[in-house]
Design a protein around this ligand. Structure first.
Ligand SMILES: *[C@@H]1O[C@H](CO)[C@@H](O)[C@H](O)[C@H]1NC(C)=O
Ligand SMILES: *[C@@H]1O[C@H](CO)[C@@H](O)[C@H](O)[C@H]1NC(C)=O
Ligand SMILES: *[C@@H]1O[C@H](CO)[C@@H](O)[C@H](O)[C@H]1NC(C)=O
Length: 425
């Protein structure tokens, strides 16, 4: 053996010894710690039997264990349109009967709790029991994120009755997804679900059912009003690897439309009505007739851009805005047609009239130094000129007269169909 290999061998031996030593101290530490824990729990009331499998559901005679779930929503906040979610603070309760446990015997009187039923005694357990008992593994399927509220200790709350009925309560903060559709925005009604499923125990070993699903009184209802709360128990989720018991509760919200009516619908309604006044303004006062619809058009387009929801489909408010814009645009178009018609009319009339008379209209001051016949003609020309002048200043195209009735009628019909569309479920 050469010295080098001897040294290496010695080093190897040394490392093995040192590692074993460390392992031994670790083990000692764990044992010591565990034994402390074990002692305190084992001394807790003798609930656990000698053989207890924490990860096996307490099926009795082959029947799945019934777990009753209660959810009380304390706080509810609908997220933004882009995130499509809602935040809830809930009290989550579940109780079930674990027949394998033993009724607590040498339990301290301190932990005894009052119950309404004089035949039942309930004891308070520490939340350390979470790691000792079988606990239904329920999760919120549509949760994006969640946390256990630990504002107040203890986080978990356990009780056990002398009928081995275990009760667990915890307060949770959850962010749940909710697929909303905005086709009828702002007249929309949204349904959001809270879906619960068992994770580890399939439908043959554990069944979930609702006890309570309700909303507390301190729910923020500034944007939405809760109109219905429903729950459904008989739900089975089929997967390839088995079927699992599930639960869902639904909350139906209706958007509070007041803000939208005042800020969006009424202004555009008034703008469109104002443009109808244009049909009473004589066609030849072009500045008034053009300024009115053009300002209205700009105002409506600005409003349309500002109220963008950022969804990829068309929604009710957009339809309303677009139709208002179309009405104003049609108003402008009608004016162009009216102008054109008057122009044609005038041309037709001036063609019908003898060309000299139009000439005299403008030149009557000069060429009246002639015969008496022309002098005779002069008076009616002036009269006609007056009447023509009068006519042109208050000229209404025939189309304007029709438009006065047709436009408001069509707008009214649109409002009617729009109202029907948004009010149908
Ligand atoms: C207990 O009894 C009181 C009075 O009878 C009642 O108001 C209360 O709701 C009952 N509690 C439960 C949990 O049944
Ligand atoms: C539970 O306690 C109540 C009140 O002491 C008693 O009447 C009842 O028989 C007990 N039930 C069981 C199963 O021990
Ligand atoms: C929640 O349950 C409802 C009702 O069965 C269902 O329509 C919805 O798709 C479920 N959501 C999830 C995320 O499983």
């Amino acid at each position: 053996m050469n010295p080098v290999s001897t040294v290496i061998l010695l080093l190897l031996l040394l490392t093995i010894v040192v590692r074993n030593k460390i392992n031994a101290t670790n083990l000692n530490y764990i044992n010591k710690h565990h034994s402390i824990l074990k002692r305190s729990i084992d001394h807790d009331f003798g609930i656990l039997p000698d053989v207890y499998h924490q990860n096996v559901a307490p099926m009795q005679d082959g029947h799945p264990v019934q777990v009753k779930v209660s959810v009380i929503i304390l706080n509810l906040k609908i997220g933004s349109i882009s995130t499509q979610d809602f935040d809830v603070d809930i009290f989550y309760h579940q109780h079930w009967n674990d027949y394998r446990l033993q009724p607590p015997t040498n339990i301290e009187a301190m932990t005894k709790m009052k119950t309404n039923d004089s035949n039942v005694v309930q004891y308070r357990l520490t939340d350390r029991w979470r790691n000792r008992l079988w606990i239904p593994n329920v999760y919120f399927r549509n949760a994006v994120s969640g946390s256990i509220s630990n504002i107040l200790t203890p986080t978990y709350y356990f009780t056990i009755t002398n009928y081995t009925e275990v009760f667990m309560a915890v307060r949770l903060s959850l962010k749940l997804t909710c697929h909303m559709n905005f086709y009828k925005f702002p007249f929309d009604t949204q349904i959001c679900y809270m879906n619960l499923t068992s994770t580890s125990d399939d439908a043959n070993t554990m069944r979930l059912s609702w006890n309570i699903f309700r909303i507390g009184s301190h729910v923020d209802e500034s944007e939405f009003t809760v109109i219905r709360v429903d729950h459904e128990s008989n739900c089975l989720k089929q997967y390839r690897f088995g079927s699992y018991s599930c639960l869902y509760g639904s909350i139906v919200f209706k958007r509070n439309i007041g803000k939208y009516v005042i800020k969006r619908l009424v202004p555009s309604f008034i703008i469109v009505i104002i443009t109808f006044i244009g049909f009473w303004i004589p066609t030849n006062i072009s500045p008034a007739r053009t300024a009115l619809p053009i300002t209205a058009l700009l105002a409506l387009i600005t409003q349309q851009i500002q109220s963008d929801l950022n969804v990829s489909y068309v929604y009710a408010l957009q339809i309303w805005n677009i139709v208002c814009i179309i009405f104003v645009f049609a108003n402008l178009l009608e004016f162009a047609i009216a102008l054109y018609m008057i122009h044609c009319d005038q041309e037709l009339k001036s063609k019908k009239q003898d060309p000299p008379s139009t000439l005299t209209m403008w030149n009557d001051g000069k060429d009246n130094t002639g015969n008496g016949q022309q002098q005779q003609q002069h008076r009616p020309t002036l009269k006609r000129r007056m009447s023509q002048h009068f006519q042109t200043t208050t000229r209404h195209a025939q189309i304007d007269v029709y438009a006065r009735y047709i436009f408001p009628l069509l707008f009214f019909l649109f409002i009617l169909t729009f109202t029907l569309f948004v009010s149908i479920e």
